[in-house]
Design a protein around this ligand. Structure first.
Ligand SMILES: Nc1ncnc2c1ncn2[C@@H]1O[C@H](COP(=O)(O)OP(=O)(O)OP(=O)(O)O)[C@@H](O)[C@H]1O
Ligand SMILES: [Mg+2]
Length: 305
């Protein structure tokens, strides 16, 4: 079982049609056909693990509201352990990003979220559940969307507690120093450059220098730096392995980073070495960028890609 800790977001899509302008204000009136929801933010990593048939447990916060109940239900459908999903009474609503889409055009997006640092009592509850589930886990993913669950102090506590196990981090540059001692970080180029205090240039020489600096500074086993259309680079402390993308049709790159960390960690957790895991993570990312919407990839698709 892989533990996923981070900011749970609900992605909501309201599909409809526009036939007139509102008499109340110069805005379109959308007649709603359908409403879709998807687990987003860190919970998108759980969706990816489910597609890989890898059991997971989600740790994060939801509000005492209907979207929060939906999160629990959806995690249940994905067979993900939700005992680490804490319901915050009163103050903190479930983070939800709602897009209204009419005739293939996004009309507006509105976000409801609370990005202040989680309360110490919430962190204490998360740690209690972590202690219960950790003996059954094979790896942990810290999926840092910067929305308040993963504060630097809490990240330190997690990494100290999880020492000896596989800890993969999808980082936020603001929290760089807290990730010291993790197994691997999976930043994209601009995140990695910000973390290293270097320029974000997407060529091998610059990327190698950035990866080396982060590897040393944070005492990691690996840096897996994702480079959009240039693929990814794995640095293992002695060598750089560049994995280029093969030209193909790109439909939607959102969520590719979640796929990368899910597949890379699932591979390490089952005993693959990093040099085997990285090309599989890369293939999986190539599968999902070729699909519309925040997509996931199954083993069969990854292997046959
Ligand atoms: N335009 C692209 N063409 C081909 N492959 C891509 C493209 N964009 C992303 N990928 C694939 O997805 C991986 C992750 O993409 P990227 O470096 O953009 O991560 P990211 O910015 O963290 O993504 P996310 O939006 O999910 O946070 C890349 O390493 C690559 O394999
Ligand atoms: Mg990312």
């Amino acid at each position: 079982m892989i533990l996923v800790i981070g900011d749970i977001i609900v992605d909501e899509f309201i599909w409809g049609d526009v036939s007139r302008i509102s008499p109340e204000a110069p805005v379109p009136v959308v007649a709603v056909d359908r409403i879709d929801r998807r687990l987003g933010g860190s919970a998108n990593v759980v969706r990816n693990l489910h597609a890989l048939n890898t059991p997971s447990a989600m740790f994060g916060l939801v509000g005492d509201d209907e979207p929060g109940q939906w999160v629990h239900q959806r995690l249940g459908e994905l067979h993900s352990d939700d005992s680490g999903v804490i319901t915050k009474k009163n103050d903190r609503p479930t983070a939800i990003k709602t897009r209204i889409i009419a005739r293939q055009q996004q009309v507006v997006r509105y976000d409801r979220e609370w990005t202040q640092a989680a309360h110490p009592t919430s962190h204490a509850k998360l740690l209690m559940t972590l202690d219960e589930l950790q003996p059954r886990s094979s790896a942990t993913i810290l999926s840092d969307y910067g929305k308040g669950v993963l504060t630097p102090d809490f990240i330190r506590q997690l990494i100290d507690r999880l020492q000896g196990g596989i800890i993969a981090v999808d980082p936020k540059p603001e929290h760089t120093d807290a990730y010291r001692g993790a197994t691997v970080i999976t930043p994209n180029l601009s995140e990695a450059a910000a973390m290293a205090g270097m320029e974000a240039v997407n060529d091998d020489t610059h990327v190698e220098a950035i990866a080396k600096k982060l590897h040393e500074k944070l005492q990691l086993n690996y840096v897996l730096l994702t480079r959009s259309e240039c693929g990814m680079t794995l640095f293992d402390g002695s060598q750089n392995h560049h994995i280029p993308t093969v030209a193909r049709d790109i439909f939607d790159v959102t969520g590719a980073g979640d796929t990368v960390i899910a597949v890379f960690t699932a591979c390490l957790a089952r005993g693959d070495d990093a040099l085997t895991a990285a090309p599989l993570a890369h293939k999986a990312a190539s599968v999902v960028v070729g699909k519309l919407g925040t997509a996931t990839a199954e083993w069969q698709e990854i292997e046959s890609h």
